[in-house]
Design a protein around this ligand. Sequence first.
Ligand code: NAI
Length: 426
Amino acid sequence: MVKMTDTILIEKGISRIEWADREMPVLQQIRKRFEKQKPFKDKVFAACMHITTETANLVRTLKAGGAEIFLCASNPLSTQDDVVYALQRHYDINVFAKHGESNKSYYQNIQNVLESKPHFVLDDGCDLVNYLYTKRPDLIDNIIGGTEETTTGVQRLKAMERDGMLKYPIIAVNDALTKHMFDNQYGTGQSTLDGIIRATNTLLAGKVFVVAGYGWCGKGLAQKAKGMGCKVIVTEIDPIRALQAHMDGFEVMPMISACKKADFIVTVTGNKNVIDLYHFVEMKDGVIIANSGHFDVEIDLNTLKNISLKVKEVRDGLEEYTLTNENSSKLEWVPNNKRILVLGKGRLVNLACAEGHPASVMDMSFANQVLAAEFLSNTTLENKIYSVPEEIDKQVAFYKLQSLNLKIDRLSLEQRNYINSWQEGT
Ligand code: NAI
């Protein structure tokens, strides 16, 4: 029986999904075409994605193309339960996820999704693929192809490719320009600040804001934090990215120096233990730290727990660790009573403490997802990682410009000939 609270959740989910859809005109256009052409007729899709309103519109589009979808979460804290209810009860999609689920239930749901014996696998971070290859290799032969949404997932897949492990072709959606230039940069920039602000309601203006990693996400975040009036410091390990941060006007220094000055520190590197014991002991009392990279490995929370006397949830999604040196005689240099505040349990803060990226950028990311899936379904490829074909990338940008009513110039014949020739000089 559907309970009253369920009905409220379903209606809330539908309303929010429809709201996001208004900002996803490219996906809408593709959905209309899929409704007629049914490119995925009789095909089963297993998807492991953040369960947000935008993802709901992605799976609606695949369903319109004739696919049967089985969806689970790509992070235990990013699932929006109203979206789960709406997808299950209103849009007739098979969803296995609950906000705040345990690690055990997270992997059980990945297994549930794989039981569908999918033809296509859509992943965000490579957890589904990892489970498939290590626990259910018997299902691999049935798979035609897959896509991967994020930088960290693509890195893991490239490692699998190097080890000769790939057994079906995969399209790295993250590599499309219309994905990482917009989703990673503008999406992560805005939604990371959104997560910090919603969870803390702290003024950003005038504060020292440290961004670890000046990749696509870090650039966006540094720009937005500067726009809010923060004094931004960037930490990097790549000399070229560090130089770019410097010339973009940001202070650049190692984390061990930056952490002493910070009011906020956000990691967006895709790397491990970027903030560790040596940084915790140097931080100011009351510093707020967060991660916006894909996995919760960027801040060494186990060590933070070990050097803390107590951990208290001071607001939703905001935990205060109070340091102590009493846990070990070897740690007498840990200052007593210093407070470090951690957002969203170190999981990506824009999804754990807010709603993730705005729909308008996810429109392009997910248009790439569905067009890449269509490409996989009608092209024979080797078992490698491929970029999104340039025509698809350009088509997504073209549709987006069209939806924004923006017009651009066209090459004249003379110009086309000129840029394709070598004879003409000064
Ligand atoms: P990227 O590869 O463009 O940038 C990562 C940067 O971090 C590089 O410049 C690298 O040199 C730097 N880095 C690596 N280790 C470091 C360390 N120890 N200290 C300082 N810098 C270090 O990657 P991108 O696209 O910016 O993605 C970063 C992470 O964010 C990935 O895990 C990705 O999956 C995730 N992501 C998160 C999103 C979100 O919604 N929060 C959206 C898109 C991506």
